[in-house]
Design a protein around this ligand. Structure first.
Ligand SMILES: Cc1ncc(COP(=O)(O)O)c(C=O)c1O
Length: 393
């Protein structure tokens, strides 16, 4: 048996598709150490720079001193601690919903929400570039899944019309708010209109929009002024919030249903108390003037990086956000570019299938609020110079 795995790993290595871990030495920040060298970090989801913010660190230390490091059990047994409940109340207020529920990760949230809420007579309509955790959630749910082409609202409407004729249960439209590999934004106004016309529920996975988009950082729906139209607001705490974990903000009946039926919620030890404490400190910042300033700096860094590369002729797909794919097409040059950039002091992860469709390998850059302008411009210039030599323009 081990030979089979060894053979398969050797094959992945030969076609430059083997995945390995790279260790970050020290804390997360706009610059980190890799193999003893300081590099500008351009592949972290720590968008607002909160992962090592003193207020979050302090909140985590204080919570640990009072509550210890472990929760000891799942929420339904004895692991529902004051800090979990306090954070859920804060998140419900932030997302302006009746209630919220914490999950141990965004992956657990998506798989559990879809499995816990949708039955065999229901239909889930899912964008074909939705995150892997939504795809797996659709697989775990008893509902039928209908995949529609990426952001194609006409194709979605056609599928809704077809399903309406034989409808027996509920319809759910589920989409990433900001797409994790392309950095483009879901067509929320059109999805809201379809949801209303076809009496569907609308769920946004706002892993990359929460804390970042919208005047108050509430996320993608707020960006479009349509926050109240969303039925299921899923968000993560490990990206802009700088901590880990995830949540669903929704109506009380949805949250109570999940407490009773969602397997990753029911059968898993709850988050360490330091996590909700740090996440509440993150929320304090996100809702403050400092949060507003950090969002502006992130937008500024994104604009200078993207406009420099667009002007130089690179294909950045339809990215409008801090996630900026620079298309390199094939695995070999993509991974060679990642290594070469690391040698020049810039860490930008190459992304290959199966994470993205074949022929669309990319350097996926992610900007942070606390990158300096000169680091951002130097990174764009390094990408331009390197990929021009590889004929990617
Ligand atoms: C769109 C989206 N949803 C969900 C997740 C999973 O979140 P987590 O990392 O908290 O498991 C990710 C992670 O990258 C994501 O990009």
């Amino acid at each position: 048996m081990p030979e089979v795995w060894g053979e398969s790993l050797r094959h992945l290595g030969e076609v430059r598709m083997l995945r390995t871990l790279r260790t970050i030495e020290g804390a997360q920040g706009p610059r980190v150490r890799v193999n003893g060298n300081e590099v500008v970090l351009l592949c972290s989801n720590n968008y607002l720079g909160l992962a090592n913010h003193p207020l979050l660190v302090d909140a985590a230390i204080k919570a640990t001193e009072v509550y210890g490091v472990g929760s000891g059990a799942s929420r339904l047994v004895s692991g529902s601690m004051e800090l979990h409940v306090a954070l859920e109340e804060r998140l419900a207020a932030f997302k302006q919903t009746e209630a919220a529920l914490l999950f141990n990760s965004g992956f657990a949230a998506n798989t559990g929400i879809l499995q816990g809420l949708f039955e065999s007579e229901d239909v889930i309509f899912s964008d074909d570039l939705n995150h892997a955790s939504i795809i797996d959630g659709c697989r775990l749910a008893k509902a039928r899944t209908v995949v529609y082409p990426h952001r194609d609202v006409n194709a979605l409407e056609e599928k809704l019309r077809q399903e309406q004729a034989r409808r027996k249960g509920r319809f759910l439209i589920v989409t990433d708010g900001v797409f994790s590999m392309d950095g483009d934004i879901a067509p929320i106004p059109e999805l809201v209109s379809l949801k209303q016309r076809y009496d569907a529920l609308l769920m946004i996975d706002d892993a990359h929009g929460s804390g970042v988009l919208g005047p108050c950082g509430r996320g993608t729906a707020e960006h479009f002024g349509l926050h109240d139209e969303i039925d299921l607001h899923m968000g993560t705490l490990g990206k802009a919030f700088g901590v880990c974990g995830a949540y669903l903000a929704a109506s009380q009946v949805v949250i109570e249903t999940l407490i009773n039926r969602c397997r990753p919620f029911i059968f898993s030890t709850s988050l360490s108390p330091s996590v909700p404490a740090a996440a509440m400190a993150a929320l304090d910042i996100i809702e403050s003037d400092e949060g507003h300033e950090r969002r502006q700096r992130l937008r500024h860094n994104t604009n200078i990086f993207s406009s420099t590369l667009r002007k130089a002729g690179f294909d950045l797909l339809q990215s409008e956000t801090q996630i900026v794919p620079v298309i390199t097409r094939d695995p070999e040059p993509t991974m060679a570019a990642t290594e070469a950039l690391l040698g020049r002091g810039f860490f930008m992860q190459g992304i290959r299938p199966p994470t993205v469709p074949s022929g669309t390998c990319r350097l996926r850059a992610t900007l942070m609020a606390d990158h300096t302008e000169s680091d951002v411009l130097a990174a764009a210039e390094a990408v331009r110079e390197l990929l021009s030599q590889q004929n990617h323009v």
